[in-house]
Design a protein around this ligand. Structure first.
Ligand code: TYD
Length: 134
């Protein structure tokens, strides 16, 4: 079973450059409450390594690329986020890791709720245990 949920994001633009639009409850399938982005990441320094109990997010590399690895406790999947119109959903209870960042990577993340450390599951064994009872 694929864990990759690609969003239908249109890349507009012309000879002046690209223009990509993300809209609440349209191309992004939720109301956005928080936006954050990762910059200055390094190829050999992966990030993420957590799941969320309730949070739904969407992620897109607006510059550069990284390898997104996802895991629902049974299935594992991965996808290169390597285009500014290649956005994916990170559902709740999906363990995710970002690897192999390019030097120019800017990873934009949209979230349907505010930051809450209590919503994080940062221990993989705890995550596996919780998915068994889902
Ligand atoms: P973390 O979630 O560990 O980053 P990543 O999953 O990309 O490896 O977040 C790094 C730190 O930033 C951590 O102390 C939590 C904090 N943080 C916020 O304060 N607000 C936020 O919206 C996010 C995403 C993280």
């Amino acid at each position: 079973m694929s864990l990759i949920k690609l969003l239908d994001i249109k890349k507009l633009g012309d000879h002046r450059g690209h223009l990509v639009v993300l809209e609440n409850n349209k191309s992004i399938p939720f109301a956005i409450k928080r936006v954050y982005y990762l910059t200055g990441t390094q190829a050999g320094v992966p990030r993420g390594f957590h799941a969320h109990k309730e949070l739904t997010q969407a992620a897109v590399c607006v510059s550069g690329r990284c390898l997104m690895k996802m895991d629902d406790g049974i299935n594992k999947d991965e996808i290169w986020l390597d285009s500014s119109d290649k956005a994916i959903v990170i559902d709740k209870m999906i363990w995710h890791e970002m690897h192999e960042f390019s030097a120019d990577c800017v990873l934009l993340v949209l979230a349907d709720d505010y930051y809450d450390e209590e919503d994080y599951i940062r221990n993989y064994d705890v995550f596996l245990e919780l998915t068994k009872h889902a």
